[in-house]
Design a binder for this molecule. Sequence first.
Ligand SMILES: Cc1cc2nc3c(=O)[nH]c(=O)nc-3n(C[C@H](O)[C@H](O)[C@H](O)COP(=O)(O)O)c2cc1C
Length: 139
Amino acid sequence: MSLARLTYVSDSNKLIEWSLVKEILEVAQPKNQRLGVSGILLSHGMNFLQRLEGEQQIIEELYQSILNDSRHTNLRLLEVTPISHRQFGQWSMQGFEFEQLSTDHQTHILDRYFYDKRAFYIPTDDQTCLNLIDDLKLS
Ligand SMILES: Cc1cc2nc3c(=O)[nH]c(=O)nc-3n(C[C@H](O)[C@H](O)[C@H](O)COP(=O)(O)O)c2cc1C
């Protein structure tokens, strides 16, 4: 078994409401649990940023099905990397909203990663996205 993680960013054609994220998670969580997949799904404005962790072949297959989902487009694969342990192992798929973080943590994330705090976009350069997701230490 080779453990890996896969991270991508994608676009929605409208502002993403939390109800859409919940709808996705209702299907994703039991399916990921069955597949031994964990991860995080961050939505902000018109972007999704998602990390999948699990057996490499399984997450690559799952990515193919996510890729064909009409609820988002323009998926940019940021990385597929072998890992020795999971970052989000306790979650089959954790939906993430900034409001879930403490005010201090929100300020830290905004200052570090969102150059324009009013913009409804996740930073587009790959390394910033990867750093951001690494920094989401949910308690
Ligand atoms: C942004 C986004 C993230 C998604 N993440 C997952 C996921 O982590 N796991 C999952 O099973 N489905 C996820 N889905 C839903 C899949 O695209 C697909 O609808 C779901 O896996 C059901 O596929 P099936 O009917 O072929 O089993 C996601 C969809 C979107 C738009």
